[in-house]
Write a protein that binds this ligand. Structure first.
Ligand code: ADP
Ligand code: MG
Length: 273
């Protein structure tokens, strides 16, 4: 696979010019299909995630949101499709990506301290066998401080609340000094103060020109938190600026009967076309 593959794919099959211009986007996915069994979890999905933007990935349970991120990262294999990261193949751009998995998927009984979790984020740069210096520790503490968790550095990760654990994982992602941040439901099960702290950190990354992509379950905050939205239910339903793509029609197409019309009416949506 060459770096130009995603570009030529985008250019060859009649997609909008906007797509072609974004071929060196932080994350571009073309024609991606992922299957754990016979039925695909993600089918023939195209997605483009932009720099300096926060994008929400939304869709019902089992829609393939986590799978989309994992397959984009190469954590689960793709049946087909291309992934490019800043215009380069995934393999050469991996260290530009930080990933915060869904909290439920992490073994919190693993005996490790908060600062060690953050230091793990630095291993990729330093190498596992290199000696961690005082500078590394200082960097880890600074990243913990950015999420308000510096005082918890020596605590066992398993002893923290859900919101505190989520902050530590965000802190580890910060330690990686990545350009593209992929977060899987970072606000799930966290308290309001943690949600605010996380959104502030993500907003600072965005202001710095980074790309932030969150699987997000709370439709009520999509408009206030995010610039762009990507709607998925196995297939891509729609993507674009919240002001264009977050419509009642697209939500119905994504959630079907699972979302009551009365619920949709309460959301801060753009008027239907
Ligand atoms: P979401 O994050 O949108 O809730 P997932 O990507 O986790 O959805 O899952 C998509 C589909 O793939 C679901 O039907 C789920 O049951 C299935 N799935 C996810 N992970 C696995 C796995 N490791 N093995 C088998 N099936 C899986
Ligand atoms: Mg998920």
């Amino acid at each position: 696979m060459t770096a130009s593959t995603p570009l030529s794919l985008a250019a060859n099959d009649g997609r909008p010019v906007r797509d072609i211009a974004l071929a060196d986007a932080p994350l571009a996915i073309r024609g991606m299909t992922v299957s754990y069994g016979e039925k695909p979890a993600v089918f023939s999905v195209d997605a483009t995630f932009e720099a300096g933007k926060m994008t929400a990935i939304i869709g019902p349970n089992g829609a393939g949101k986590s799978t989309l991120l994992k397959a984009a990262l190469g954590v689960v294999p793709r049946l087909s499709g291309e992934v490019s990261v800043y215009g380069a193949p995934l393999a050469t751009a991996r260290d530009r990506i930080a990933y915060v998995p869904q909290r439920a998927s992490v073994d919190w009984d693993f005996p490790t301290t908060v600062i060690d979790v953050v230091l793990m984020g630095l291993y990729r740069k330093t190498g596992l066998l290199s000696r961690l210096t005082g500078a590394h520790k200082a960097k880890a503490l600074e990243c913990l401080d950015r999420v308000g968790m510096a005082d918890f550095a020596d605590r066992q990760i398993g002893q923290l609340s859900g919101g505190q654990q989520q902050r530590v994982f965000l802190s580890r992602a910060l330690a990686q000094d990545a350009d593209l941040y992929l977060l899987d439901e970072p606000f799930a099960g966290v308290d309001a103060a943690t949600e605010r702290a996380i959104i502030d950190v993500l907003a600072a990354l965005k202001a710095d020109g980074k790309a932030v992509v969150c699987v997000h379950h709370d439709l009520a905050t999509v408009s206030s938190y995010f610039d762009n939205v990507f709607l998925i239910n196995v297939r891509r339903i729609a993507e674009g600026p919240v002001t264009e793509a977050f419509t009642p029609e697209n939500l119905h197409a994504t959630y079907g009967g699972r979302l009551a019309t009365s619920h949709i009416d309460q959301l801060d949506l753009v008027a239907g076309a």
